[in-house]
Design a protein around this ligand. Structure first.
Ligand SMILES: O=C(O)CCC(=O)C(=O)O
Ligand SMILES: [Mn+2]
Length: 202
């Protein structure tokens, strides 16, 4: 039977097989507010499409990939054209690099317009992420529940990601755990997620 538990909302979230550390108040309220509105207005949001059972369907969210011009990223089977770094993304990248001690060369942004926007179970385990990737994930706007599910034991760990929080996934997290943002029927305001990644040459 899958088990479910709501861990305390800070520190290490995973009991085994990798690391996911939540820093709930990584950004102060006013910085989080202004970064949220800056990114919402300035990001070249794209609607992408995926093939599901032979049919083309729109992804239930908008997204954008920011990186150096020679660093495209194929995510969910869709090649993403890189948009250049600009503020407030560059400053946010530096803050995440300082905090984690790792460098990031790309950022995937997702805009969840309502509770009907979501991201299904997956791992960020494409070869281009390299083995045991460090992924720094910033949440802005409405709070959403983030679920982990262990690939073997099916244990489920759920946590609410607050406005201005940082979640750092590292170690064997992507090898052993899936994660998702589930749909909800609750009335929910928009949320932006930024995941900083370090893509490698393959
Ligand atoms: O929105 C989130 O918090 C998760 C996003 C995510 O898993 C991804 O971009 O790979
Ligand atoms: Mn992911």
């Amino acid at each position: 039977m899958p088990s479910s538990s709501l861990f305390p909302i800070s520190g290490q979230l995973l009991p085994i097989d990798g690391s996911a550390v939540l820093v709930p108040d990584f950004l102060c309220e006013s910085d989080a507010d202004s970064i949220f509105s800056g990114l919402r207005q300035e990001t070249p949001w794209e609607q992408n499409f995926i093939r599901l059972f032979g049919k083309e369907v729109s992804e239930p969210r908008l997204s954008a990939w920011h990186a150096e011009a020679d660093l495209p990223y194929t995510y969910s089977g869709v090649p993403r054209t890189p948009h250049p770094w600009k503020e407030p993304l560059s400053t946010l990248r530096t803050a995440c690099e300082t905090h984690t001690g790792h460098s990031f060369n790309g950022a995937l942004l997702n805009l969840y317009r309502s509770g009907q926007d979501a991201m299904g179970w997956h791992s960020d385990d494409e070869a281009v992420n390299g083995p045991n990737p460090v992924i720094a994930s910033i949440s802005l706007g409405a709070e959403r529940r983030f679920d982990f599910s262990h690939k073997q034991t099916r244990e489920v760990i759920s946590v609410v990601l607050p406005h201005g929080s940082l979640l750092v996934m590292s170690g064997a997290c992507q090898t052993h755990w899936l994660h998702r943002i589930a749909k909800t029927t609750r009335e929910i305001q928009p949320r932006i997620n930024v995941t900083f990644r370090h893509l490698i040459q393959i």
